[in-house]
Design a protein around this ligand. Structure first.
Ligand code: COA
Length: 156
C-alpha cells in the first residue's frame, strides 16, 4: 500500500477503530452475563495509534502500561482489505518506539492466530513464553487460549 500515515489516536477515531477490531472479533465490550470479565473493555486512546490511507482509517493499535518496565500490546488490527500491505508493521513499530522512549523494557503480547504469532516472532524478535486461557470467546472462536509472547525492548 502507498501513502500510509501513522498518527496518534484521537477520541473521535474510536468508532472506526472499533469497526476494524470487530471484523476480527476483537472489539472491546462491556461486562455481560456471557462475559463478566471481558478480554477488553475499552481502548487506551492516549496510548493508541491509527493508520490512515486514502482518506480513511485502515488500522489501529494501542498498549497498556503495567509498570515502569512492563507494557502489554492491545487492539492491533488492520482492515482485512489492506492486510499484507505494511500497515500492521508501521503501527507495531510506532507503538514499540513510543514504549521504548517511555522506558519500557519488556513488552508482552497475547495472540491466537498462528500467522500473527509467526509475524511477531519473525519480524519483531519476540519469543513465545507460554499460554493463557481466554476469559471468553474472543478473536478466533475455536482457540480457547492465548499464546503469550515477550519482547526485550532493551536488546532490540
Ligand atoms: C497481524 C496484522 C496486524 C499484521 O498487519 P498487516 O498489515 O497485515 O501486516 P504487514 O503487511 O505489515 O506484514 C505482513 C507481511 O507483509 C510484509 N511487509 C509489507 N510491507 C512491509 C513493510 N513496510 N515493512 C515490513 N514488512 C512489510 C512483511 O514482510 C510481512 O511478510 P510475512 O508474509 O513474512 O509476514 C494483521 O494481519 C491483522 O490485523 N490480523 C488480524 C488481527 C490480529 O491478529 N491482530 C493482532 C492481535 S495481537
Amino acid at each position: 500500500m502507498r501513502d500510509i500515515r501513522i498518527r496518534k489516536m484521537r477520541n473521535e477515531d474510536l468508532p472506526a477503530c472499533t469497526a476494524i477490531l470487530e471484523t476480527w472479533n476483537m472489539a472491546p465490550r462491556p461486562p455481560s452475563d456471557d462475559a463478566p470479565e471481558p478480554e477488553r473493555t475499552g481502548i487506551e486512546v492516549a496510548n493508541g495509534f491509527v493508520a490512515e490511507a486514502e482518506g480513511r482509517i485502515v488500522g489501529t493499535c494501542s498498549y497498556i502500561v503495567h509498570s515502569a518496565d512492563l507494557a502489554e500490546t492491545a487492539s492491533l488490527a488492520v482492515d482485512p482489505a489492506c492486510k499484507g500491505g505494511g500497515v500492521g508493521h508501521l503501527l507495531q513499530q510506532a507503538r514499540l518506539d513510543e514504549m521504548r522512549e517511555r522506558g519500557i523494557k519488556t513488552v508482552r503480547t497475547e495472540t491466537d492466530r498462528p500467522e500473527t504469532i509467526r509475524w511477531y516472532v519473525e519480524h519483531f524478535g519476540y519469543r513465545v513464553v507460554g499460554t493463557n486461557p481466554k476469559k471468553h470467546a474472543f478473536s478466533l472462536t475455536d482457540v480457547n487460549y492465548w499464546t503469550v509472547l515477550e519482547l526485550d525492548l532493551v536488546e532490540t
